[in-house]
Write a protein that binds this ligand. Structure first.
Ligand code: EPU
Length: 335
């Protein structure tokens, strides 16, 4: 199946493309009761076996400005548009807010489901509304940002409403020539020498940094980061810091994090934990823990879904045993 960036060799029972909301509604009504999976670029999915259901692919790829004020513009983008193509257009128009998300594989639809994020920005920071169609009834429903219950690589569409709605378009609110977010670790150093960076400079720097660390999905199968960065309690963090004084960590300041974590949580880069466990570059079957960024698992040599599952499981077990920390996949396993 060409619809997964891991490039595992699995088959789906049926694949249907749609290029309008009406087309999607008709397809849903004529496939009632079937197992349905909307797929964007398949860049965050792991098919664990052949998929006995219907895959729906959005070919709705337009974007338009809905309204604007002196400082802001509301852009509605259709679900099938590649996120990076949208960002390239926005940066050209000097509309700011999404430039840090440059070069992330995936579509506009996935940006809302997965709340994609990079270099200090998450999709939720700019999403105003998400337009959807209900899978059972084919009726439209619009979600506000709040109703999407966005979290770290998370939304209501991955939880309570999993499988129930298909995103048809997303409304983003962008700033005209707004303030740029440059504070994430190596982004600032990548911009060194540029006195007053523009959104275009940030986009180029982000692309350059990503290219040094992350595999190009067109060249090497992967789904980006395979695991989420875990958040641990203060007590465990202090105990680990005694043993590993260099343990990297970030304070939690996400307003959506549970209150207890906001006071005392520490986010630990899973890449560091995995590297400490000796997994960087190691293989299980055809699957490899990527040698430039161990948070990423890659399909190095005709990996089967089981190779990737086994590698992921072995990494989780090592991290649990060595650090007492549970890491969990950010990739969606499709059974
Ligand atoms: N690190 C290591 N060894 C390595 C690489 C990294 O120990 O080989 C440690 C270092 O301490 C480093 C830290 O990990 O400072 C953070 O690394 P990096 O900046 O590469 O970010 P990340 O936390 O590993 C997250 C996202 C990426 C996103 C980057 C940049 C998650 C699960 N991943 O990775 O998102 O591009 O930050 O913002 O939050 C994705 O979701 O698919 C994805 C690629």
């Amino acid at each position: 199946m060409p619809y997964n960036t891991f490039r595992v060799d699995v088959k789906a029972r049926e694949v249907i493309e749609y290029d309008s909301i009406e087309d999607l509604r008709q397809t849903l009504l004529s496939h009632k009761g079937e197992v349905i999976l909307p797929v964007g670029e398949g860049s965050n999915l792991l098919f664990t076996r052949d998929f006995d259901g219907l895959i729906l692919l959005s070919r709705m790829c337009r974007a338009r400005a809905l309204k604007e004020t002196q400082d802001e513009v509301w852009i509605e983008a259709e679900s099938g548009l590649k996120l990076d193509d949208l960002i390239a257009q926005l940066v050209d128009m000097n509309l700011t807010g999404m430039e840090n998300l440059s070069h992330i594989p995936g579509t506009v639809g996935a940006s809302a489901v997965q709340n994609v994020g990079a270099y200090g920005v998450e999709a939720k920071d700019v999403i105003e509304q998400v337009h959807t169609i209900h899978v059972e009834t084919a009726e439209p429903r619009t979600f506000t940002n709040e109703e999407c219950r966005f979290g770290y690589r998370d939304s209501i569409f991955k939880n309570e409403l999993k499988g129930q709605y298909i995103v048809t378009s997303v409304v983003y609110k962008l700033k005209k020539d707004g303030e740029l977010k440059l504070d994430y670790g190596n982004l600032r150093s990548a911009l060194e020498g540029i006195a007053k960076p523009t959104a275009q400079d940030v986009r180029e720097a982000v692309i350059a940094v990503r290219k040094t660390k992350l595999p190009e999905v067109s060249e090497l199968g992967s789904a980006g980061s395979f695991f989420k960065n875990p958040v641990i309690k203060e007590s465990l963090f202090l105990a680990l810091q005694q043993q590993y004084p260099d343990i990297p960590h970030y304070a939690i300041n996400s307003p959506t994090a549970p209150a207890v974590l906001q006071r005392s949580g520490h986010k630990i880069p899973a890449a560091w934990l995995i590297e400490q466990c000796g997994w960087k570059g190691k293989m299980v079957g055809g699957a490899q823990c990527y040698d430039k960024q161990p948070l990423v698992l890659v399909n190095r040599n005709n990996a089967t879904p089981q190779d990737i599952i086994d590698l992921a499981q072995a990494i989780c077990t090592s991290v649990q045993l060595k650090f007492g920390i549970t890491i969990s996949p950010e990739v969606n396993y499709i059974e």
